[in-house]
Design a protein around this ligand. Structure first.
Ligand SMILES: *Cc1c(COP(=O)(O)O)cnc(C)c1O
Length: 387
């Protein structure tokens, strides 16, 4: 039953070998820039590529500041620290995400609070969020959002743009401002995705990116905090061991982190970022072809939400049933075409089963049905592929 799909995927990548879910493409100036760092000996915590990568990312995303970090998890951790998250507080997120979102909350000794996603975005639902807060929270005399019964502070809210598809940001901005929650977008998967013409990760107090090897651009490992000038200064300070600038003295005015992105990785990032628009174009073409291929089949291809330009980082289909999902995963992986189910919900992981949660029926529905298809930029010349 899935033979046509498997044949179609092999045609896209023109290979009889194993097809991974997402492989990086190095078609630009990666070698040149990386060699430049080696020749200069500045491969580590000092060097020009870090500043350049940050400046270019700020320009591309339209964010006032961009601060590079060792990975996306570290970027989330720093963002939560800057949001003032204290031990014992709650941070709202969606159950349908990669574990990094919840880990970062836990590093602050805070607890995730799980709110449902929307089916048409697979990301945090502003409607579910507002409904849960209306029933279970109130603004205290001190101006903080607190749970009604225990009076626990709910400090922040982290929507995640699943597979690169933007969440309903207008709604989330509105709910978070009414409930005085710091909005932090986990935009790890959505570099190159825009909501109503504005780049994801720039709608709240802070946004975070990841440049892990499987993301749309990679630095090997890396991340970024997108934010304003004030938080940006603080983020830079906290990620560089909180050292006060001085020609030779060592003075650290708080406990900081060694979360700075090495220059070697930033060099790779600069070369990758130069290609972002061609990667997005190739991935959107691929998504269009998937959609055409699957039209009329029982596998429903997931399309970008309205008013968005999605990067289609990972293409996704919604199966009719759990049984069909299992059959599809088996048939494709047996044929050396890598496919993968969506994450198991975070509230099922042993470390998060005790966490508070709202009704999660949309997340549960998607968990049973969503499968990711191979989504790499086809390695053959993209222009040839596009014709
Ligand atoms: C990739 C990813 C991260 C960050 O991962 P790192 O490997 O630490 O860079 C965070 N959240 C989500 C949703 C991700 O997909």
């Amino acid at each position: 039953m899935f033979d046509a799909l498997i044949r179609f995927i092999r045609e896209q990548y023109r290979t009889n070998e194993f097809i991974p879910l997402h492989a990086p493409v190095f078609n630009g100036r990666e070698r040149e820039y990386v060699t430049e760092t080696i020749d200069s000996t500045f491969v580590s915590s000092v060097g020009a590529f870090v500043n350049r990568f940050e400046a270019n990312m700020a320009t591309y995303t339209g964010s006032p500041r961009a601060v590079a970090t060792v990975n996306g998890t570290a970027a989330l951790h720093v963002a939560l620290r800057l949001a003032g998250v204290q031990p014992g507080e709650l941070v709202i997120t969606q159950p349908l995400t990669f574990v990094a979102t919840c880990n970062a909350i836990t590093y602050c000794m805070a607890e995730p609070l799980f709110i449902d996603v929307d089916r048409h975005t697979m990301s945090l639902s502003p409607t579910a969020l507002d409904a849960w807060l209306g029933e279970h929270a109130q603004i205290g005399d001190d101006g903080f959002c607190r749970t009604r019964i225990e009076g626990k502070v709910i400090r922040a809210c982290i929507p995640m743009h699943t597979f690169g598809h933007p969440a309903e940001l207008d709604g989330l901005v509105d709910v978070c401002s009414r409930w005085r929650l710091m909005l932090i977008e986990d935009a790890a998967e959505s570099l190159g995705s825009f909501y109503k013409g504005r780049h994801t990760g720039t709608f709240g107090g802070m946004g975070t990116l990841s440049f892990n090897g499987n993301k749309i651009i990679t630095t090997g490992g890396g991340g970024m905090v997108l934010t304003d000038d004030v938080f940006g200064e603080r983020a830079k300070h906290l990620t560089t061991t909180a050292k006060k600038p001085h020609p030779y003295e060592f003075f650290h005015d708080e406990v900081g982190y060694n979360y700075r992105l090495p220059n070697l990785n930033a060099a790779l990032g600069c070369a990758q970022l130069e290609q972002i628009e061609s990667f997005v174009a190739a991935k959107r073409q691929l998504a269009l072809r998937y959609a055409e291929q699957l039209e009329g089949s029982p596998l429903h291809f997931f399309r970008e939400p309205e008013h968005c330009r999605s990067n289609y980082w990972l293409n996704a289909i919604i199966c009719d049933s759990f049984e069909q999902r299992v059959a599809l995963l088996k048939a494709t992986n047996d044929a050396s075409v890598m496919t993968r189910p969506i994450w198991q919900l975070m509230n099922r992981l042993p470390c998060f089963t005790h966490c508070r949660r709202g009704d999660l029926s949309n997340a549960e529905w998607l968990e049973e049905r969503v499968v990711n298809l191979p989504s790499s930029v086809p390695a053959t010349s993209t222009s040839e592929f596009l014709t």
